[in-house]
Design a protein around this ligand. Structure first.
Ligand code: GDP
Ligand code: MG
Length: 194
């Protein structure tokens, strides 16, 4: 059973003026495209095909708002990493993200979805810097942990924890094996209730 039986898509926004009212609490989820963001959201919300952004490419460039419960939202931020995207589009994304982070007072926390095999990259460091500037707590999901053996997965987590100590919390996750699901959901709830 989903903890969020009434969760639903609210809207996609391409500019801050399209964001829904800034009331209640929301948690944003970001990651490079293909990192496993949509899959992680589906597992955490426990709703299959909830965030299907990879199947609808247009939506991956927009800020997608979902209502989890009345007054509580999950926000799927645009992903980066498509080689084919133009510089103009990248700049637009940067502005959209900056506009989002700087204006949303209901924003309580950021989930960063990271492919455990890539680890902490400049993209992750930039996003954490972004969050720090607006005093936003960050939780990193090292996802696709099933792609590594136990030892290397634990080593990757330790390396990430060491680098991000004091700036973000870190956990391993696998959408495929539904590993780390409870921990992730507990963190989401903690952010929403903060
Ligand atoms: N093995 C494995 N594959 C995953 C996992 N999460 C996502 N994937 C795969 O990675 C690809 C990208 O996933 P998706 O959730 O669409 O990524 P997004 O672009 O970040 O939203 C898809 O082929 C998924 O099936 C995981 O935990 N384990
Ligand atoms: Mg996606």
């Amino acid at each position: 059973m989903s903890q969020y039986p009434d969760a639903h898509f609210i809207k996609s926004a391409n500019a801050p003026r399209q964001f829904p009212p800034d009331s209640g609490a929301e948690v944003a989820v970001a990651g490079r495209s293909n990192a496993g963001k949509s899959s992680a959201i589906n597992v955490i919300v426990n709703r299959r095909q909830f965030a299907r952004t990879s199947k609808t490419p247009g939506r991956t460039q927009l800020v997608n708002f979902f209502e989890l419960r009345p007054g509580q939202r999950l926000v799927d931020l645009p992903g980066y990493g498509f080689a084919r995207v133009s510089d103009a589009m990248r700049r637009h994304w940067g502005m959209l993200l900056a506009g989002y982070f700087e204006t949303r007072s209901s924003l309580q926390g950021l989930f960063l979805i990271v492919d455990i095999r890539r680890g902490i990259t400049d993209f992750v460091r930039r996003m954490i810097e972004f969050a720090k500037n607006v005093q936003l707590p960050v939780h990193v999901l090292l996802t696709k942990a099933d792609k590594l053996k136990k030892g290397p997965a634990a080593a990757a987590r330790l390396a990430a924890e060491k680098e991000l100590r004091g700036r973000a919390t870190v956990q391993t996750f696998s959408a495929l094996k539904r590993a780390g699901e409870q921990e992730a959901r507990a963190q989401l709830e903690a952010f929403l209730e903060a």
